[in-house]
Design a binder for this molecule. Sequence first.
Ligand code: AVJ
Length: 318
Amino acid sequence: MQTALSPHEIVDARGEFAQAVLTGLARTPRSIPCRFFYDAEGSALFEKITQLEEYYPTRAETALLASHGAEIAEHVGGGVVLVEFGSGSARKTSLLLDALDEVRAYIPIDVSEASLAEAAARLKARHRGLTILPLVADFTKTRALPPVSGRARTLGYFSGSTIGNLSHSAACAFLEDAAHLLGPDSVLLIGVDLKKSLDILLPAYDDASGVTAAFNLNLLARINRELDGTFDLERFAHEAIYDDAAGRMEIYIVSLAEQEASVLGRTFAFGAGERIHTENSHKYAVAEFQALARGANWRPLKACTDPDPLFSLHLLGL
Ligand code: AVJ
């Protein structure tokens, strides 16, 4: 396992969070990047989200992998190196590993060291003899992969519609970078959430049992834990709206009162109703996403959707 952070990197990681929070809260409008949701607590809350009745993406993508895994494997061929971007708990990965013929190595990339360690242990037990080379990193900034002996085709997997967190231009840049990282002749499998009715979309991001609210507000709890924060979690609330023009869900933390909170000794004043933007989750029609992929020089090889349809899986080639 290569997941242990050196003391130097731990200081860097904390410094990065501190920096992002201090600049994000000083900005107008206020915003904090969503990758900071995923400390151990946040990763556990996201796991609970994936099991909610209202949160369809995980179930829909799992079903698509089960029904189209063999076809995908046929397209991709045997003996590949599998690279997973933002692997998280990697629960869907087993379906892909089962379908693929002879995986040379599995390289999961994630910012959460705890998730990586847990997923690697589970997959090792389930897939005997699989070589796992975990990488603790922000997948948008990964520029090199650990060496794997012999030449093999690389299959990238970017699940869960995490690409939806990126703006269209950042998504395009990610796809271009992924082409370089994965190398010539590689293929990329991406789970992408579809545009759909608000009756389905809104509850998925604001569930009745309040798990998504807890996931969002954990960002303030994390600031309290790690950055000497003084946020009163009772006086902030979760908000999820759909921006039709931008084609995305937007997640905010709303201040319920006029109040102050400090972070690392710096005080910030919040008006009642004032918001901190914490996440975007873009939705794409199949043709929209294919156009984005083409713009990044990927060739759409195959796209499948479930019957509803709620979710899509795209296979891209270079
Ligand atoms: C992990 C980014 C795909 O956008 O659906 C779930 C995160 N945020 N509920 C999503 C999330 C609120 C999720 N992604």
